[in-house]
Design a protein around this ligand. Structure first.
Ligand SMILES: Cc1cc2nc3c(=O)[nH]c(=O)nc-3n(C[C@H](O)[C@H](O)[C@H](O)COP(=O)(O)OP(=O)(O)OC[C@H]3O[C@@H](n4cnc5c(N)ncnc54)[C@H](O)[C@@H]3O)c2cc1C
Length: 323
């Protein structure tokens, strides 16, 4: 039997994040394929009610210490190291997120386990695990094999379905028995990011404009289309850099990560840094004058044409249909 799999559930202000369920679904799949048990760990106070929601795990472990709330990476890594040793865990799943930034590399140094970050795909094969890791903002995909299914995998948010990790069952919950070392840094307060008038991460329909929109006046045209579709406007970085829309509307590596049902990409080339923030969209439709634009490599539907002609045409059709 392969060594146990351990996943670190993430909580932010008392709520389990989607990444926890994404990792739980993945962990369950790998555990079943490898014939290994799966444990879920929740760090921080009020862990028990959160652990009870991780029903796909064979057991959930808690370390209820307020010093583990939004703890610095070294403190989280130390708690994880203790649980890995106690549980004799082989594969460890953590989120490639802001919450866990730095944890994987410190944990790797302290345990000697290899660390593979930004994992987008994972398969069990003959007692090992094959991972596909995204590097350089998606320009390179690296295939990595963890022999003996032992190592730390940083799971890219949105790469695996969260629904596969949800269940009505409750797992047995145990205290992990972690000794917390006094952190050198302490978490002081949570500062809400400014989401402005709309939070684009919650919109079901996004009309995204890129440099191809050409002028600030044309952004108004896209806003009309978004209103007709019942969605919101977002943008690639050059549009934000011009000050045509606020930073809260930027999609991509240095902006928001969005997963709408429809992502309409207008005059966007599809650079990896943009793609990184919207690739989880259910349906991507791209409009671009350049048939060779990289956005067409990943879009579900593509229109080679002028966005400035397409936008009013579609808006008028939608309005006429509603009328
Ligand atoms: C560290 C780093 C972080 C970054 N973070 C981000 C980020 O978070 N988000 C982001 O978006 N970018 C980010 N970038 C920038 C990124 O590399 C690209 O430069 C950017 O995404 C390009 O934006 P674009 O597609 O709008 O512009 P361009 O690449 O200039 O593409 C414009 C496209 O519009 C098309 N076009 C022109 N006219 C029309 C028309 N009338 N109708 C239809 N199509 C037309 C063109 O054919 C072209 O494909 C980052 C870069 C770095 C280095």
């Amino acid at each position: 039997m392969a060594k146990p799999i351990l996943m670190l559930a993430e909580q932010v202000r008392g709520q389990l994040s989607d990444i926890s369920f994404e990792m739980l679904g993945l962990g369950r799949r790998l555990a079943d394929a490898l014939g290994a048990p799966l444990s879920a760990l929740v760090l921080g106070s009020e862990g028990a009610p959160l652990a009870a929601r991780l029903g796909l795990a064979d057991k959930a472990l808690t370390a209820e210490d307020p010093r583990l709330n939004m703890a610095p990476p070294g403190t989280m890594a130390d708690a994880l190291r203790q649980v890995i040793e106690k549980e004799q865990a082989g594969l460890v799943l953590i989120g490639a997120t802001n919450v866990c930034m730095g944890v994987g590399s410190i944990l790797s140094a302290r345990t000697g386990l290899p660390f593979v970050n930004n994992v987008r795909q994972a398969q069990a094969e003959e007692g090992a695990v094959r991972l596909t890791s995204q590097m350089y903002g998606g320009k390179i995909l690296a295939d990595v094999r963890l022999g003996g299914a032992c190592g730390i995998a940083g799971i890219y948010p949105g790469a695996f379905p969260a629904d596969a990790g949800r269940s009505d069952k409750a797992p047995p919950v145990e205290a992990a028995g972690v000794t917390v070392t006094a952190p050198k840094e302490t978490f002081e307060r949570y500062i809400e990011p400014e989401t402005g008038d709309v939070d684009i991460t919650k919109e079901k329909v996004l009309v995204a404009v890129g440099r191809g929109i050409q002028t600030q006046d044309n952004v108004g045209m896209a806003e009309e289309l978004a209103a007709a579709l019942g969605g919101a406007v977002c943008a690639s970085r050059p549009v934000i850099d011009q000050g045509w829309l606020p930073l809260s509307r930027q999609v991509g590596k240095s902006g928001m990560n969005v997963k709408p049902r429809l992502y309409l990409a207008l005059g966007i080339s599809g650079a990896p840094e943009h793609w990184e923030g919207m690739q989880g969209s259910q349906c991507i439709i791209a409009v671009n004058t350049d048939a060779k634009a990289p956005i067409f490599d990943g879009a579900h539907y593509g229109i080679v044409g002028d966005a400035l002609e397409f936008i009013p045409l579609l808006t008028d059709r939608l309005k006429a249909r509603r009328g």
